[in-house]
Design a protein around this ligand. Structure first.
Ligand code: SUG
Length: 421
């Protein structure tokens, strides 16, 4: 098989709930305390993967993390029964489902040793995400064990790294060296800037990127203040196309000049604030789309959350985009409502890796038949509904743990993922 883009989606874990843990993520805060539907959430994710397979795209999975995270609670001197409410909720969070935050990926064509490099994100800015990295690292080490890959531990705190959600790669064609763009935030606003410049620079060095083809771009303070807690809430790139909101970047003119110098063929599709306000962009999440290249020269498709078309300004703009005959030929809505209510759209749920699928551990690659088996386990085991108060109920802990073990066993990953954590 040839090198191709594989989207690895995080399967939504059985403890998916709305505890309002992410300051600066408007949906997470607004839905705090609401009832969640983990089974429905996970099945929505499976349906999204199936739709991508139908489009002819390669699909991979990452497993939910083992929750509650007893090891993390122990390291804080507490337990599920005794922990303060917000710490217990952090130990239960299913936030590893947002695979765009799992790692930053540099394809082999961009790196000095011609291996595909992955650096696990430390996610230190948010306590509930800061304990994801050990289990993410364990999975990536299994999935990408081939010498074609180099999997790195996270950059050390206090430098916040949120992975691919703040990283874009543009290129002439996927197999030739690209331009890697790292977007960081500057601290000091009302909401935390979760991606730090120092972390982005460290990842670029660790991956052996060519400094001449690597850009560090500041996210606009306005975007962060409006709720764009990651760049992928206001911009997305694919091959030679950058699709971004007008107010996404602090120094847009310089960024676009650098990009055009390094990649003269780049097509920049900017959405003016006059057409779609930042508030509408963030509320509808339409930049948090998967911008994918369809097989057989059918152009690109923008896989958007269903909410995008329900927002009048966005829907009008998308109609104009398609009518304009540009590189994006189709807009495809998907229903990931349960994830959206915690601030995660279609793009958050996946990590893109440019590689030969045959170089990846097959247990992490899926087709429709394999998704049938996973969906059956979700149907039979995942809790139907959770309210934050349920997190202290031992019966929920037992169900969440049993559900996870059943899936891991089914995928034959118990040996690797059921260590002594
Ligand atoms: O880190 N939500 C996630 C959403 C991540 C979206 N990812 C990307 N944009 N790539 C976050 O803010 C909410 C959890 C809670 O409130 O319980 C949460 O973690």
């Amino acid at each position: 098989m040839a090198v191709t883009e594989i989207n690895f989606d995080g399967i939504v874990g059985p403890s998916h709930n709305y505890a309002g843990l992410s300051l600066g993520n408007l949906a997470s805060v607004e839905n705090s305390g609401a009832a969640s539907f983990p089974r429905q959430a996970a099945l929505e994710g499976i349906a999204k993967m199936r739709a991508n397979i139908v489009l002819g795209l390669q699909q991979g999975i990452f497993l939910p993390h083992r929750r509650p995270d007893h090891a993390w609670l122990n390291s804080l001197g507490t337990s599920v029964a005794d922990a303060p409410t917000h710490i217990r909720a952090a130990a239960f969070s299913a936030s590893a489902m947002w695979a765009a935050n799992a790692a930053t990926v540099s394809p082999a064509a961009d790196t000095v040793d011609r291996r595909c490099h992955l650096t696990v994100a430390n996610l230190v800015s948010m306590p509930h995400r800061s304990h994801e990295w050990p289990q993410t690292l364990a999975q990536l080490q299994v999935a990408f064990a081939s010498p074609k890959f180099a999997v790195h531990s996270p950059v050390p705190p206090p430098f916040g790294d949120e992975g691919a959600a703040n990283h874009m790669r543009l290129c002439e064609d996927p197999a030739s060296p690209g331009v890697e763009v790292f977007v960081y935030g500057r601290s000091g606003g009302a909401f935390p800037a979760r991606q730090h410049l120092e972390a982005s620079q460290a990842v670029a060095r660790i991956h052996g990127l060519d400094p001449a083809r690597t850009l560090f771009v500041e996210q606009s303070a306005e975007a962060i203040a409006a709720g764009a807690f990651h760049n992928d809430v206001v911009a997305v790139a694919n091959e030679g196309v950058l699709f971004a909101h007008e107010l996404a970047f602090a120094e847009k003119i310089r960024f676009f000049e650098d990009l055009r110098r390094l990649l003269p063929s780049v097509q920049i599709i900017e959405v003016p604030a006059a057409a779609v306000s930042l508030a509408d962009a963030i509320q509808s999440y339409f930049f948090n789309a998967q911008l994918v290249t369809l097989p057989d020269g059918a152009g690109m498709a923008l896989i958007v959350p269903g909410e995008a078309q329900a927002t009048a300004s966005v829907s009008t703009w998308l109609d104009t985009l398609i009518a304009g005959n540009g590189p994006i030929r189709r807009v495809i809505p998907v229903d990931v409502r349960q994830s959206m209510a915690n601030g995660g759209g279609p793009a958050c749920l996946r990590l893109r890796v440019l590689a030969d699928p045959l170089d990846i551990d097959p247990r992490f690659i899926v087709d429709d038949g394999k998704l049938d088996g996973i969906a059956a386990i979700i149907e039979d085991n995942w809790p139907e509904r959770i309210t934050p108060g349920d997190l202290s109920d031992p019966a929920l802990t037992a169900q969440v743990e049993h559900s996870w073990l059943t899936l891991v066993d089914h995928l034959q990953l118990s040996r690797e993922l059921c260590g002594d954590r």
